[in-house]
Design a protein around this ligand. Structure first.
Ligand code: GTS
Length: 241
């Protein structure tokens, strides 16, 4: 039996706002999800400058208690933070969740792999960046613990080896189809590249998967957005020397 879904008319969707930073790895996850879902035209991006600590100001903390990007703002003012939550919302809009799974089994596996990608890889790279490198600079990084940062760097490399072992036996992170799990591992790869943390040479399955992912239109659209940059705020960026 096939269930016919009502045609989703994207033009009726009120414009959403995404508070983010154009080349951030976590923001990339939502931008890739938007591209996968064909929703980029319904979004206005609002730049929050991480390098000046704009995400830690009272104004932004009122938008997201956690002081992190990205945040989705709906037309009625509802705010949704956390990449997984935002992706879940976007994926469900058209009644055809391709990124977060349709069956209970798909949903469970995708949720597990996404969480694992965060804990074992992406979040670990992030801790390494904030604790064992200059991070966002002395004005933003008020507490640093390099030993913890280096431990997390090593954890991230172990995470890469783990995902490599999975991808030896399956085409995508959570199974047979591209999902939010792949996007989370891509976030880890994007952050690892920014902090120059190389993928071990022997992780050939992870590297092959990564190369295949670059061919997806969503990844091309994300790269184009990064190249365009954040012109409205670019003059404010104070990159660490
Ligand atoms: N669990 C959050 C999520 O999934 O959305 C983490 C978000 C996160 O850490 N975002 C980064 C951030 O705000 C953005 S980026 O580094 O990827 O650009 N970092 C700033 C900080 O000070 O931690």
């Amino acid at each position: 039996m096939t269930i016919s879904m009502p045609q989703f008319d994207i033009s009726t969707l009120p414009v959403m706002k995404i508070h983010d930073w154009f080349d951030g790895p976590y923001p990339a996850r939502v931008r890739i999800a938007l591209a996968e879902k064909g929703l980029l035209s319904r979004v206005e991006f609002i730049s929050v400058n991480l390098w000046t600590g704009q995400h830690k100001t009272p104004d932004f903390l009122a938008i997201n208690y956690s002081g992190t990007l990205p945040v989705l703002e709906l037309h009625d003012g509802t705010l949704i933070a956390e990449c997984t939550a935002i992706t879940q919302y976007l994926d469900a809009l058209d009644g055809n969740p391709t990124l977060t799974g349709q069956t209970p089994l798909e949903k469970g596996l995708i949720h597990m792999m996404t969480k694992r990608a965060e804990i074992e890889f992406l979040d670990a790279v992030s801790v390494y960046f904030h604790h064992a490198t200059a991070g966002l600079g002395p004005q933003v990084e008020l507490y640093q613990n390099p030993e913890w940062g280096f431990r997390m760097r090593d954890k991230a490399v172990r995470g890469m080896r783990y995902f490599d072992s999975l991808l030896e036996h399956r085409p995508f992170v959570a199974g047979d189809a591209f999902s939010m799990g792949d996007i989370a591992v891509l976030g880890g790869m994007i952050f690892a590249a920014l902090v120059k943390l190389p993928v071990p040479d022997e992780c050939t399955a992870l590297q092959a998967w990564h190369a295949r992912m670059q061919e997806r239109p969503s990844l091309r659209e994300w790269r184009a957005m990064v190249e365009r940059g954040a012109p409205q705020t670019k003059e404010n960026i104070h990159l660490p020397s």
